[in-house]
Design a protein around this ligand. Structure first.
Ligand code: ACO
Length: 354
């Protein structure tokens, strides 16, 4: 049998997350993402995904100290960051700098190093691209507060909480394309850094992590509510995909999109823009349901991720990289799960040539 894109094929067993695509539910290790967002912070959930249980306060402190201790960039990475041509995207730079790191002997130490260093790489490179002074990590701030601080130079607890909710909701999501890439690489008994490099390259594509900036482009093209229908119809006529809609697994509302939408309603900034996003969602779903009634196309997490990041005034150039800064946790947890119960991935190809 041949299953293009491996649609419907189960390739691994995992204890990390469960996606109920028909009912729009997502749990990490048995806990709903809504409960996780309400009760735990980034570091606690990263620990929970990597270890399988929540840390007590001593274990959390050790974990947080290890993360803080790995935020700083070694001099050679600083050199790479400033030497890569300025026109290269942040995802290119992230892929290159991460691949320059040597995996540590202990896989969890490597995971902590990668989770901790990614925000610093993203923020430093972004500020270099914008000709701004680079901001060093602040050890007094938690993971997400420090990330926003390194990007913007400001400490803003309310914004950090909003970004943290997004990062928690996107940390882990089953066997998505980038996670699969990480698992394929580690299944050859390669190391965690190589697995994460594969994942970052896969994340970059517009059908996966590259979608949020496409959502911004879409909304900028629409510009006003009266043009929504025309723009969407034209795109569909030209066989274009509407960015931020559709999902391989969810055939109803993506619970992460719904949760982010609720957060957006509480925001005060950019109300006009948010109104346009909400209206565009409504009109587009109606059009898609009419023109593609069997496809069950709704907004995915990327749609409202774009709205959240725009509201936080984060540059669209950063979106895919910020997504990678959360999904790194899921990548590492999956790679470790694969390593602990490994069978090399080696599917078949049906020859159809001469
Ligand atoms: N806009 C218009 N039509 C769509 C869309 C969309 N966004 N998504 C799917 N379809 C249609 C396809 O054209 C196809 O229709 P057809 O059978 O009439 O040709 C049908 O739905 C099935 O499409 P597939 O590509 O087979 O569906 P799949 O499950 O493989 O696609 C994907 C999932 C890649 C996410 C797709 O919905 C898409 O391209 N969406 C836009 C990009 C996007 O938002 N990506 C972010 C996904 S979330 C994430 O990765 C974190």
């Amino acid at each position: 049998m041949y299953y293009p894109g491996l649609k419907g094929v189960t390739a691994v067993e995992t204890k990390l997350s469960d996606i109920d695509g028909a009912n729009g539910m997502l749990t990490y290790r048995g806990t709903s993402i809504q409960k996780l967002v309400e009760n735990y912070n980034f570091e606690e959930i990263a620990y929970y995904l990597l270890h399988g249980d929540f840390p007590n306060s001593d274990k959390l402190q050790v974990f947080q100290t290890a993360l803080r201790g790995n935020r700083e960039l070694p001099p050679y990475i600083r050199n790479i960051l400033s030497n890569i041509p300025i026109e290269q995207s942040i995802m290119d730079v992230l892929r290159t700098t991460i691949s320059s790191i040597s995996a540590k002997e202990d896989v969890e130490d490597t995971a902590i190093q990668l989770i901790a260093i990614i925000p610093t790489i993203i923020a430093n490179r972004y500020r270099i691209m914008k000709n701004l002074n680079v901001i060093e990590p602040n050890p007094r701030l938690n993971h997400v507060e420090n990330f926003i601080y390194m990007l913007t130079g400001e400490t803003n607890t309310a914004n950090a909480k909003i970004l943290e909710a997004y990062l928690i909701m996107t940390m882990e999501h089953g066997l998505n394309a980038s996670t699969f890439a990480a698992r394929v690489t580690i299944s050859t008994e390669s190391d965690l850094v190589s697995a994460i490099t594969s994942a970052i390259g896969t994340m970059k594509g517009p059908l996966h992590g590259g979608a949020p900036s496409g959502v911004i482009d879409l909304l900028e093209e629409i510009a006003t509510k009266d043009q929504i229908s025309e723009v969407i119809h034209n795109k569909l006529k030209n066989k274009e995909r509407i960015m931020g809609f559709g999902h391989r697994v969810y055939k109803t509302v993506d619970p992460r999109a719904e949760a982010l939408k609720q957060i957006i309603y509480k925001l005060e900034s950019s109300p006009e823009w948010i109104e346009l996003a909400v209206e565009t969602e409504k009109v587009t779903i109606d059009i898609l349901n009419e023109l593609k009634p069997n496809q069950k196309l709704y907004t995915n997490v990327e749609y409202y991720a774009a709205a959240i990041m725009k509201s936080l005034e984060l540059d669209p150039e950063l979106f895919t990289a910020i997504f990678s800064s959360s999904r790194i946790v899921g990548w590492c947890a999956h790679a470790i799960e694969q390593k602990n119960n490994n069978v090399i991935f080696r599917p078949n190809a049906t020859y159809v040539g001469k």
